[in-house]
Structure formats: structure tokens, C-alpha cells
Design a protein around this ligand. Structure first.
Ligand code: NAP
Ligand code: 3JM
Length: 349
């Protein structure tokens, strides 16, 4: 393995909310890097970034940018991935793609290492990183599926604005200031920049993330539904989702109702299972008001779980509250973790 002198890594979308976290995560996790190429659109080309005392210049992403690159982490939107990920793969790079461009392609593994690391063996140059809301939910549910089986999931999300990019965080901050100052602020980013209408996010809750499909669900909701079945290898699993944007900067929360195959399982047994689960931190002590909250999970790689309780009527039904940093386990950390798995499994050329 080439671990000793490191890999040539490229980050596509390096100036974005996710890309910046990717750079920080590569540094924090001590990922073996020999050379680092930072790519963006022409808008940010030429920008300087300091990493561990060394200056890097951001370059415009082009097919030729990937010559010699061994690992490419993409986070610049679906259309950029559709155009450039095959170009990177063609030049011998392994692509870890953070967008929805290839996630449901049956020839492309969709991976959360705690759940389906083995799927990486089937890669053809591109690996998809799931949606942030899907990732934190499956990390919490996989140990339960393994022990008790899983029949049904109904999830409602409470998602942070950073999931919609750096401009959405700016909109929340500026709008909040304006409203507190008694001024007006015309929304232009949320709920979805490219959709017809834009709504106030400060002091509000918006039940739309991504655009609507014809079936009344949003694409974000359909991502959770379809991706969960693929990652868990459970095509028959019943999954339904409602995704809501909140005026929180970082950290997605989810209220998850799930039904297991087995009967007569207690909430304490579910808690015991999650206490030792990989990537999970159990924070569940109602007596002392201990439960996960987004403000406490910012900057952490783990998925935090609490409020575990049995349904009042359904013996096989449980409720839980799942929180994680959407830019880390939801995006940058899961991508770097996939890269670490690829190195560990000897899958990087
Ligand atoms: P963001 O803050 O808006 O950043 C977008 C990044 O993409 C910037 O670096 C931007 O560069 C770059 N970019 C835009 N157009 C480009 C082009 N034509 N060629 C090359 N680079 C281009 O957005 P973000 O929140 O970081 O998200 C980026 C993407 O990651 C999303 O669109 C989404 O597909 C994916 N994402 C995935 C998850 C997940 O759940 N796994 C979560 C969030 C986002 P400039 O500075 O030059 O504009
Ligand atoms: C999260 O293609 C685009 O413009 C990006 C839309 C987007 C996505 C996506 O569909 O890739 C914004 C935020 C995601 C995601 O992770 O699914």
C-alpha cells in the first residue's frame, strides 16, 4: 500500500460549505496526502487557502485537473459531478461523490462504512456518498436491523440551513439580523434557490427541502426513502419521510419511528444495543434531561441518539431522536471515512 508517502487527493467544491469541511476533516483525520488539489468554479479560481501553514491556490475544475489524481472528493452539485466525475474516473482517480447524481445507479455503491463498507468492493471508479439525512438515520438503525430486523420507518427531519450551502447560512444570519433591527429582508435562497418562491427561514420552519416530485414528496424525502433501502439492502422496507428546514445553522435532527420484526423487545434493550454501536453516542437520560441537540453535536463525527421509547400501542414500534453534524457525518466525514476504507481494503490503485 502507498500509505507511507500518501495519495494525490483532489477536493471539488473546495470553497463550499461541505468542501471546506472536507479539507478540515482530511487534516484532522491525518489522511495520508502527498499532493492536494483544490478545485472550484471559475468564480473562486485563484483564491488562496492556508492549510497547516502551507498556501494552496484554488483552481477551476476541468477534465485535465484530474491527471495524476488518485482520490477525488466531489461536492460541487449534481451537474458538476455528472460532467466531471467520469472524467476523473477515466483518468484513474477513485471518486467519492457527495451529490445525488449517481446514488441510485445500480452499478455505483452507496456507502456508509458502519453499515455497508463491503459494497465498496463492487466499485467501478465512482462511489456515492448518501444524503446527510439518510446517513445519520441508517447509522442509528443498522445495529437494530442486525439484531431484531426492520420492517418500517417513518421519519420527520428538522434540518439545518447549512445543508443548503454557504449562501443559505448567510441568508439565515442576515435575515435574522434584519428582522431584529426591524428591517425587511427579501429571501432569495431558501427553501430551494432554483424554485419559484422563496420564504423567510428566520423564526420559521419550512416543510420543503429540495423541489417537489409529482407524488407530493420532495426530492429530499425521496432520497431518504430510496437511499435507505439501497444502503441496508432491504428493498421491501417500508419507509416514509417528511423533511423540514429550521433556522439552525449546523446539525440535523430527526424524529424516527421504526418497527422491528421481533416482538417483546424493550426500550432498554434498544438502548443497550445503541450504547455500543459503531459511530453512535447514546445520550438518553430523561430524568436528568439528557438528549441530543444540534448545538452540542457541531464539529463532532458521531451520530447522537436519545429519547428512545416504545410506542404506546404497537409492540414492535419505537421512537427515537437522532442528531448529527450534517456537514461532517452527513457529508465530509462520511466521504473521508469512505476514502479511509478504500485505502484499508486496498482498493486505491
Ligand atoms: P456551496 O456552499 O454552495 O458550495 C458549492 C461549491 O461548489 C463551491 O465550492 C463552488 O465553487 C463549487 N462549484 C459550483 N459550481 C461549480 C462548477 N461549475 N464547477 C466547479 N465547482 C463548482 O454548497 P455545499 O453545501 O458545499 O454543497 C455542495 C454540493 O454538495 C451540493 O450541491 C450537494 O450536491 C452536495 N451536498 C451533499 C450533502 C450530503 O448530504 N451528502 C450535503 C450537502 C451538500 P465557487 O466558490 O467557485 O462557487
Ligand atoms: C444536498 O445539484 C445540485 O444543485 C445540488 C442539490 C443538493 C443535493 C443533491 O441533490 O446533490 C443540495 C444539497 C444534496 C444532496 O446531498 O442530495
Amino acid at each position: 500500500m502507498r500509505e507511507h508517502n500518501g495519495f494525490h487527493v483532489a477536493v471539488v467544491g473546495a470553497t463550499g460549505a461541505v468542501g471546506q469541511q472536507m479539507i478540515q476533516t482530511l487534516v484532522k483525520e491525518n489522511f495520508p496526502i502527498r499532493e492536494l488539489t483544490l478545485l472550484s468554479s471559475a468564480r473562486s479560481a485563484g483564491k488562496k487557502v492556508m492549510i497547516k501553514g502551507q498556501e494552496y491556490t484554488v483552481q477551476e475544475a476541468k477534465p485535465e485537473s484530474f491527471e495524476g489524481v488518485e482520490i477525488a472528493l466531489f461536492s460541487a452539485g449534481g451537474s458538476v459531478s455528472k460532467e466531471l466525475a467520469p472524467e476523473a474516473a477515466k483518468r484513474g482517480a477513485i471518486v467519492v461523490d457527495n451529490t445525488s447524481a449517481f446514488r441510485m445507479d445500480e452499478n455505483i455503491p452507496l456507502v456508509v462504512p458502519e453499515v455497508n463498507e463491503g459494497d465498496l468492493h463492487n466499485h467501478n471508479g465512482i462511489i456515492a456518498n448518501p444524503n446527510c439525512s439518510t446517513i445519520q438515520m441508517v447509522v442509528a438503525l443498522e445495529p437494530i436491523r442486525q439484531k431484531y430486523g426492520l420492517k418500517k420507518i417513518i421519519v420527520s427531519t428538522y434540518q439545518a440551513v447549512s445543508g443548503a450551502g454557504a449562501a443559505a447560512v448567510e441568508e439565515l444570519m442576515e435575515q435574522t439580523k434584519s428582522i431584529l433591527n426591524g428591517e425587511t429582508y427579501e429571501p432569495s435562497i431558501l427553501p430551494v434557490k432554483s424554485d419559484k418562491n422563496h420564504y423567510q427561514i428566520a423564526f420559521n420552519a419550512i416543510p420543503q427541502i429540495d423541489k417537489f416530485q409529482d407524488n407530493g414528496y420532495t426530492y429530499e424525502e425521496m432520497k431518504m426513502i430510496n437511499e435507505t433501502k439501497k444502503i441496508m439492502h432491504l428493498p421491501e422496507l417500508h419507509v416514509s419521510a417528511t423533511c423540514v428546514r429550521l433556522p439552525v445553522a449546523v446539525g440535523h435532527s430527526e424524529s424516527v419511528y421504526f418497527e422491528i420484526e421481533e416482538g417483546n423487545v424493550s426500550a432498554s434493550e434498544i438502548k443497550a444495543l445503541l450504547k455500543d454501536a459503531p459511530g453512535v453516542i447514546l445520550q438518553d437520560d430523561p430524568e436528568n434531561q439528557v438528549y441530543p441537540m444540534p448545538a452540542d453535536c457541531v464539529g463532532k463525527n458521531d451520530v447522537f441518539v436519545g429519547r428512545i421509547r416504545k410506542d404506546m400501542d404497537e409492540d414492535r414500534g419505537f421512537h427515537m431522536w437522532v442528531v448529527s453534524d450534517n456537514l461532517l457525518k452527513g457529508a465530509a466525514w462520511n466521504s473521508v471515512q469512505i476514502a479511509e476504507s478504500l485505502v484499508k481494503l486496498g482498493l486505491v490503485k
